[in-house]
Design a binder for this molecule. Structure first.
Ligand code: SAH
Length: 213
């Protein structure tokens, strides 16, 4: 796995761009600066790794735009050692950003080929998720719940109740909600039955789909 000085330079520029677009959390910016995004892209597209754009990763899915990764991660506002469940492993890039921040990361992917690919990739990297799971993220991952954070990297038409149920008290769910366009939404669990909801502008994601494939 190679990381050239050219890529390191481009990464610095990307981090500056994310800062200018409003990302303030230095830990998040630092994590982005430390992870070679080209390793998570399809060969042939890797030269675009430091464009602030989403790119295809096969199976009609995309690696999220760096700004979106940074924005969602910043919204989680978690501390090292806390646990996070990611729905939609995809390329594994967002997964890696969460690991670099010191979180215990559980990640679910419903497409078998992407799951296998991410699993193979992580074997070659120094970053390790606690668990990569092939399954339907709509159901969450009950065995390791509750989570301090849950991040959904695909568009949900409505908030899945199972995910709210798997938050710890004080835990946060960051999820884009909507059909054609999505509103980035953050639910904070106040008590067993109360949740605080905040919204953060429009985004575009691939859809969250039920079952596995
Ligand atoms: N975080 C990823 C984003 C990938 S796109 C990255 O930056 O690379 C969203 C991913 O969510 C896709 O890989 C898609 O297959 C997956 N997905 C969609 N519905 C899902 C579900 N119900 N459970 C788990 N993964 C799902």
């Amino acid at each position: 796995m190679k990381d050239s000085s050219k890529n390191q330079g481009l990464r610095k520029q990307l981090v500056e761009l994310l800062g200018s677009k409003g990302i303030k959390d230095l830990n998040v910016l630092n994590a982005i600066n430390n992870i070679p995004r080209q390793w998570f892209m399809e060969s042939g597209l890797d030269t675009f790794a430091y464009e602030d754009k989403a790119y295809p990763i096969g199976e009609e899915q995309t690696i999220s735009q760096p700004y979106t990764v940074a924005f969602q991660t910043e919204l989680l506002n978690m501390k090292p050692g806390e646990s996070v469940l990611e729905i939609g492993t995809g390329s594994g890039y967002q997964t890696c950003v969460l690991i670099e921040l010191g979180f215990k990361v559980y990640s679910i992917e419903r497409k078998r080929t992407l799951f296998k690919k991410a699993e193979l990739l992580f074997r070659k990297l120094k970053w390790n998720p606690k668990k990569l799971v092939f399954g339907d993220g709509y159901l969450g991952l009950k065995n390791n719940a509750p989570y301090n954070g849950i991040i959904v990297t695909a568009a949900a038409p409505v908030v899945p109740n199972k995910l709210l149920e798997q938050l710890s008290i004080g835990g946060k769910l960051v999820i884009p909600i909507g059909k054609k366009e999505q509103i980035m939404t953050k639910y904070t669990r106040i008590s067993k039955i109360e949740f605080n909801k905040e919204t953060f502008g429009n985004f575009r994601f691939v859809p969250l789909l039920k079952d596995t494939n």
